[in-house]
Design a protein around this ligand. Structure first.
Ligand SMILES: Cc1cc2nc3c(=O)[nH]c(=O)nc-3n(C[C@H](O)[C@H](O)[C@H](O)COP(=O)(O)OP(=O)(O)OC[C@H]3O[C@@H](n4cnc5c(N)ncnc54)[C@H](O)[C@@H]3O)c2cc1C
Length: 302
């Protein structure tokens, strides 16, 4: 059965772009995670759609990995097909409209906007995700977020059709979207930007980069802020006030630089991460009666 799936997938994408039992830690920012049964790297939308329909028709689970900067893949790996769109990453500018394929890094889109003196994507200059992941998460920083500039998205619907959805149809909220609720696959995004002054845009981006580098433990692997901001609180402050900075389980540690981050300081496993997340949640609940909900997506098998 496995061999047949492997051969079928090799009939859809170039054979060298299909792998079996592919270790996934190399695709995640935490450097943790088990293996994918099947791993595919399509090169165009037709291949993405064909894989989507193949998975649907064969009742195989399909998981999308973007840049892997907001996910913890469990040590048991992922059953079924894992697809990455990182090879589908071109950008096109039409006046003030920037259309970007979902595998492109949102940082690249932000830089491209700067090169063209377009304002609106400065907030994204240090978010290490793909455009697809940024839409799925409605990523944001320093007062801006995807929903501020997104005009529309090309998606694959649950039945496997290509459809363009306007921003109003995407239900973009705090780190949530219709993509996450309905498991829509993002193929491309069109951002509506405004003409600006190159120097002003650059200085804003330099300032955000400075703030990020001075506050975040970028020298270690991590998945960024592990928890969502609970209403009326800041997750990092609650964790700090619980005395958890430096708390370590296995190779995973609550960052001493930014309490909202859990860093991989010593060959951490996903299990180390998950145990430490639980420990932080339990401690904060006990001390402050606040439930911390994870922002990071936890996927795969134990
Ligand atoms: C150092 C660091 C700093 C960070 N700073 C920020 C920040 O300031 N603001 C912020 O919002 N986030 C931040 N993050 C988190 C992360 O970069 C964002 O959430 C980003 O948008 C995730 O994109 P990704 O491509 O890495 O997604 P992944 O981690 O690969 O995936 C996240 C989710 O999106 C889904 N997904 C990915 N691509 C697609 C697609 N094409 N179609 C459908 N679903 C898809 C995945 O299945 C998964 O459920 C930070 C992370 C790190 C490591």
């Amino acid at each position: 059965m496995s061999k047949q799936i492997f051969l079928d997938l090799q009939g859809i994408v170039h054979p060298s772009n299909v792998r079996m039992n592919e270790p996934l830690h190399q695709y995640t920012f935490t450097k943790t995670g088990g293996k994918a049964d099947f791993f595919v790297m399509p090169k165009n939308y037709q291949e993405v759609q064909a894989i989507y329909i193949y998975a649907l028709n064969n009742h195989l689970p399909l998981t999308i990995v973007g840049n892997g900067s907001n996910m913890i893949i469990k040590d048991g790996g992922i059953r079924g097909i894992v697809m990455t769109l990182i090879d589908i990453a071109s950008m096109e500018l039409d006046g003030n409209k920037l259309t970007v394929q979902s595998g492109a890094a949102i940082i690249q889109a932000s830089r491209f906007a700067l090169q063209n003196s377009l304002t609106g994507l400065e907030f994204a200059c240090g978010i290490p995700g793909s455009v697809g992941g940024a839409l799925y998460m409605n990523a944001g920083a320093y007062g801006g977020e995807v929903s501020d500039v997104l005009q529309e998205a090309l998606v694959i619907t649950r039945s496997g059709e290509l459809q363009t959805l306007k921003k109003d149809e995407l239900d973009l909220g705090y780190r949530s979207s219709r993509f996450s609720k309905e498991k829509l696959l993002v193929l491309e995004a069109t951002f509506l930007l405004r003409k600006g002054e190159y120097e002003e845009i650059k200085s804003k981006m330099d300032d955000f980069t400075f703030q990020r580098e001075s506050k975040q433990p970028l020298e270690f692997p991590s998945c960024g802020s592990v928890f969502k901001r609970p209403p009326g609180h800041f997750a990092g402050k609650l964790i700090q006030d619980s005395g958890l900075q430096g708390k370590q389980i296995g190779g995973a540690q609550v960052s001493t630089k930014h309490a909202g981050f859990i860093v991989n300081v010593d060959s951490a496993t996903a299990t180390d991460y998950l145990e430490l997340i639980q420990y932080v949640q339990d401690t904060v609940k006990r001390k402050f009666d606040v439930e911390l909900e994870t922002e990071v997506k936890i996927i795969g098998e134990d």
